[in-house]
Design a protein around this ligand. Sequence first.
Ligand SMILES: [Zn+2]
Length: 253
Amino acid sequence: MGALDLPGLIQGEATNSLVWRHWLDGLRCHELSLQDWLPAHARLVIVAPHPDDEVLACGGLIATHVAQGGQVLIVAVTDGEASHDGTPSITRDDLAWLRRNERRQGLRLLGLRQPAVLSCALEDGRVQRHEQVLLGRLMSLLKPTDVVVSTWENDGHPDHDTTGQVARTACTARGCVYLAAPVWMWHWATPGDARIPWGRLSGLPLAAEDGLRKQAALSAHRSQLCPRSVDLGTVLDPAIVERAAWRTEYYFV
Ligand SMILES: [Zn+2]
């Protein structure tokens, strides 16, 4: 997650995880079959705005692809250095260092022995100002055979939205398969919400061990799970941790 002064959509209490679960079970959305669109020889590229987004968006997919011998590359858009702004607990530089390490630990728990991470080090909370830089990086690295996942472009967090827009643009230009993962949408939207293109939502069922790997990987992001100071709570609330335990991941295809 990124900057502390989150936009209006993300403030307030999250929609209950069990309410989502019950509604999604009845939605019966299209089910993604891995072998149809992510062969073992393909490279899976995750364009993650902040450290932890690769886990929250698609940690189960990463674990599944690694287990089938697939290659994974993380494009680290920012180092998430703004998540503790306004607290005296840690400087931005120290937090960036800590979060890069948490990311590596998390990726190892997903099964990646030597995680491949391409660092863009753009400013956390201000990705929009640097979108041409990000577009240039993606255009030069993406191959038409890549399968790319990023955050959904209407997710409600400015860094997630910009990253998603840029990733989709680059994938269209390079001919890559692209999937958009909602992360913050689950916080502010409600079941049946008219703002959401539910008809494009697909579910990827996770094997039990891949689901557990995802939960373990999230626990590596301690800076986001511990209170930031005496007065300030955690960055990730209990609802987002509950959603990370779902046995299905959802993507807009
Ligand atoms: Zn984020």
